[in-house]
Design a protein around this ligand. Structure first.
Ligand SMILES: [Zn+2]
Length: 427
């Protein structure tokens, strides 16, 4: 089977950029001409599709789209909202994603979804005739159905297992010799437990070679654990229900390649909405190129990551994102550095005598100041803790912070973990 699914995977960066430019301009035109929502949005901003002549114009002029806009448009104009850009008789499938948002697909949308997902399977090294067991949902939120279409496209033999039925899943794996698992990491962990309960050794008694994971995070420790238990290689992917699966890993597992012939992916500073340089962290913003029914321009995902354009050893020239670093509403920039509350929580979680934390960011004068409140059980040791934690937080967060110990219960139950009191950062 071919190593690459499409020509675009190994094009030069310039060729790829040209292709993206052409597709981005087409998308702008489609959105403006056919979606009443974008038509009005462009008119209000005083922009015509003709003003967008290249990618620079696109980045400078095309307004961002938020999930909130999509949800409210569907609420006000049910069921599909004013984003809909095709006549209803063109629709061939509708599913629902969290929001709730109705996601309408035309035949063209389904075809590009099939190709997009197939590219992901090929990157994972599937072979023709491999048996793939798809344990994702087939109904209402049909990641399973989409994976199924991709498996057909790549010449695999599908077990359309769907969710649940743990024992039957294992039985099928064993009797049919399933080679490829497609599903969430947490369900794979459940299968391991169940197999062990059934007296099986997942590594010896099952034949899995590859796991295509998605729909939830795959932290390194869980990945290692599952790989050891099953003796398989796991491949992570990242997608958003409204946009599809945009990235997937190759055999080098050094970040996730963006399907750049189908998506224009940008990283922006979530506060200023300025695009940041490769290597800098920010919010993932994406424009899918092949969206017929529901075009979305510069859609804000709310997820944080870092992009790199360094060429990967696999030969693909497509840029990569280096993991998902959390939600942007859970992080903020202090003294130019992104602060993830989870990093601070991880420090504290090692000590049973400590409780909850709250991070307070202020700007009393010209400079940012950060204080982390930490609940402790023994007030006589607060001084000691403050010194110790100051150093540990500095290492974990990469900037200096004040630490203030407080009694357990002093941080209000409904307090935000991260409280940004700087005026211009108010959300
Ligand atoms: Zn690669």
């Amino acid at each position: 089977m071919a190593k690459f699914y499409s020509k675009a995977e190994t094009m030069s960066r310039e060729e790829l950029r040209k292709l993206q430019e052409k597709k981005a301009l087409e998308m702008v035109r489609h959105a403006y001409e056919n979606s009443p929502y974008y038509h009005r949005k462009f008119d209000e901003a005083g922009i015509k599709p003709g003003d967008i002549k290249n990618l620079d114009d696109f980045f400078k002029k095309v307004p961002f789209t938020s999930k909130h806009e999509l949800v409210s448009s569907q609420r006000e104009h049910p069921p599909f909202g004013e984003f809909l850009a095709v006549p209803r008789e063109k629709l061939r499938l509708v599913f629902i994603s969290p929001g709730p948002i109705f996601e309408p697909y035309t035949a063209k949308d389904l075809e590009s979804t099939r190709k997009n997902m197939a590219k992901g399977l090929i990157s994972g090294g599937v072979q023709e005739g491999d048996i793939i067991q798809i344990t994702l949902s087939y109904h209402f939120m049909p990641a399973g159905l989409f994976a199924h279409m991709a498996a057909e496209e790549t010449g695999l033999c599908v077990i359309p297992a769907g969710t649940g039925e743990t024992r039957m899943q294992i039985d099928f794996m064993r009797k049919l010799g399933t080679k490829i698992y497609a599903g969430t990491p947490s369900f794979l962990a459940r299968l391991a437990e169940e197999a062990q309960k059934m007296g099986l050794d997942p590594k010896k008694d099952l034949n899995l070679r590859i796991g295509i994971c998605g729909a939830e995070p795959l932290p390194p420790d869980l990945r290692k654990k599952l790989q050891d238990i099953f003796g398989i290689e796991l491949f992570d992917a990242y997608g958003v229900a409204e946009l599809g699966v945009m990235t997937r890993e190759c055999q080098y597992h050094n970040g996730m390649h963006i399907n750049e012939e189908m998506y224009l992916l940008e990283i922006v500073d979530p506060n200023t909405l300025e695009r940041v340089e490769p290597g800098e962290e920010g919010e993932i913003v994406a424009t899918p190129f092949e969206r017929d029914a529901l075009p979305l321009l510069r859609y804000r995902t709310g997820d944080a990551s870092v992009l790199t354009e360094e060429i990967c050893k696999c030969g693909r020239t497509e840029a990569r994102i280096l993991g998902i670093r959390g939600r942007v509403d859970m992080l903020t920039k202090v003294k130019g550095v992104f602060i993830h509350p989870k990093q601070a929580q991880d420090v504290v979680s090692h000590y049973p005598e400590l409780g909850r934390i709250q991070i307070i960011v202020e700007r009393p004068g010209d400079y940012d100041e950060m204080t982390i409140l930490v609940e402790g059980k023994d007030p006589s040791k607060f001084g000691e803790w403050e010194n110790k934690l100051k150093e540990e937080f500095r290492q974990a967060l990469r900037i200096k912070t004040n630490v203030k110990m407080v009694k357990v219960g002093e941080i209000p139950a409904d307090a935000r973990v991260l409280e940004d009191r700087r005026k211009h950062y108010a959300r």
